[in-house]
Design a protein around this ligand. Structure first.
Ligand code: FCB
Length: 470
């Protein structure tokens, strides 16, 4: 793929066909948790445990997107995007995770996919974005290997229903986050705190990916593609001059990134991390003969969810890991959540993936920032910092493309402000502001900026100064 050099106006053009997308997930936007026979998910349950989610927020209403799906597709058309990543709620399709299929759930996504296609927006469908049917949790959830088999059957149902119109599927979103936040630290559903559970669950998620990929690719259309969206964190040693910190950064990279990328791309689990896990969690005897072949059988693209970097130093503290996440650097800009903004790390990450897993197409499946801007007196939302964030990261993608990385698209997280898991509703990630009381949608300045970029297939080489945030 080649990119144009900056034109006379300094614009940076992206290749024709580049996907200018937005990203959402079912539980974070849909609401309507009791509609059309939907079953309970682990997030419905988790939100009800006292103290689990800030302010006691839940996804019961979220952005009411289930009922406003068509209106929201119109919103995307106004943003001139040509791609949208969303997830299907497993409990809407199979309320108990297995067995009975709910036709009304299928009909909903069937209509939504058509709505997107009618507007020239290509769907990228995620099958698992964390809303496991609660019934499956009761038989062990992802700790139980059978869940991977149930997932493959759910994938086959989705293939039969939507596989004629959907080419690209993300099977699983962020297996590291599910393992660590959901099962090791107890910060996400199902709220477990068990190191052994976390590594078991991660393996079963990869197995689920492999089994589901096999199902999805056996559909009628010949060009189906599958992949995982990984939470990828580039690593920086706290003190690059200290060999111990460099080693810590390498191991932490194994923990967060390579533990998933390597087996999926046929290299098996990396030895350095295997040793760490065995020390922390005991024998990895849940990995059965043939599993690694299943896991390696089907990945046609790498989904990159990139938000920030991890600075790591060597530390033999009390936890199971001989490293610790260090403070960010003074002077580096941050989002309203304090995450460092480091666009060039996205470029380097894309280049690294291109080097380590050559030939595999890359999709930036998530990238975004929390900025709390509310509508100003003029009714608009002046989120200049999000424009700068977008510009910086799209420029980084453009640089990676120019250096040969096969990046096919960018899906901004998120289309609209939504339910941000354990933090509830206060973090605002959207290109579109959502008024929680009225559900009114307002395209932010950043949304207008992104719409322009998507329509032009280009961004300005240099961002001209604009109004500061108000
Ligand atoms: C990712 C999740 C996504 C969203 C963003 C901010 O880890 O995949 O659902 O919460 O973070």
């Amino acid at each position: 793929m080649s990119t144009d050099r900056p034109g006379p106006t300094g614009a940076l053009h992206f290749p024709p066909g580049f996907r200018w997308g937005t990203s959402t997930s079912a539980y974070q936007v849909e609401g309507a948790v009791d509609a059309d026979g939907r079953g309970e998910s682990i997030w419905d349950r988790f939100c009800r445990s006292p103290g689990a989610v800030e302010h006691g927020d839940t996804g019961d209403v979220a952005c009411d997107h289930y009922r406003r799906a068509e209106e929201d597709a119109d919103l995307m058309a106004r943003l001139h995007t040509n791609a949208h990543r969303f997830s299907i709620a497993w409990p809407r399709i199979m309320p108990e995770g297995r067995g009975n299929v709910e036709q009304r759930g299928l009909a909903h996504y069937d209509r939504f996919i058509d709505c997107l296609l009618e507007r020239g927006i290509e769907p990228l469908v995620t099958l698992y974005h964390w809303d496991l049917p609660q019934t499956l949790q009761e038989s062990g959830g992802w700790r139980n290997r059978d869940t991977a088999e149930h997932f493959a059957r759910y994938a086959a149902v989705c293939r039969d229903a939507f596989g004629d119109r959907v080419r690209d599927w993300v099977t699983v979103n962020e297996p590291w986050i599910v393992g660590v936040l959901g099962h090791q630290l107890g910060l996400h559903a199902p709220g477990e705190k068990d190191v052994r559970a976390s590594v078991t669950v991660m393996h079963h998620l990869l197995l689920a990916h492999g089994l589901a990929a096999g199902e999805l690719r056996s559909g009628a259309r010949g060009d189906t593609r599958t992949g995982i969206a990984y939470s990828l964190f580039p690593h920086t040693p706290d003190n690059a001059g200290d060999p111990a910190d460099r080693e810590a950064a390498r191991h932490s990279d194994g923990y967060v990134n390579r533990w998933f990328l390597d087996p999926v791309h046929g290299r098996g689990y990396p030895d350095d991390m295997r040793r760490h896990w065995e020390k922390a969690a005991g024998a990895l005897d849940f990995v059965r003969d043939g599993d690694l072949d299943t896991i390696a059988a089907g990945s046609d693209f790498i989904g990159v969810n990139y938000y920030t970097r991890r600075i790591v130093r060597a530390d033999q503290g009390d936890g199971p890991w001989p490293w610790r996440v260090a403070e960010g650097r003074p002077g580096v800009p941050r989002t309203d959540l304090g995450w460092e903004i480091v666009p060039h790390d996205l470029r380097d990450l894309l280049l690294r993936l291109h080097t380590d897993y050559p030939g595999v197409p890359l999709l930036v499946t998530e990238n975004g920032a929390i900025y709390g801007n509310e509508p100003a007196a003029d009714g608009a939302v002046h989120d200049r910092r999000r424009i700068e964030f977008l510009h910086g990261h799209l420029k980084a993608v453009h640089e990676a493309l120019a250096l040969g990385a096969p990046v096919e698209g960018y899906y901004h997280w998120s289309l609209m402000d939504n339910f941000e898991w354990a933090m509830g509703y206060w973090p605002r990630f959207g290109l579109v502001h959502v008024d929680r009381a009225t559900q009114r949608r307002t395209v932010k300045d950043s949304g207008h900026w992104y719409a322009r970029a998507a329509a032009d297939g280009a961004i300005p080489g240099v961002l001209t100064t604009g109004e500061p945030d108000r």
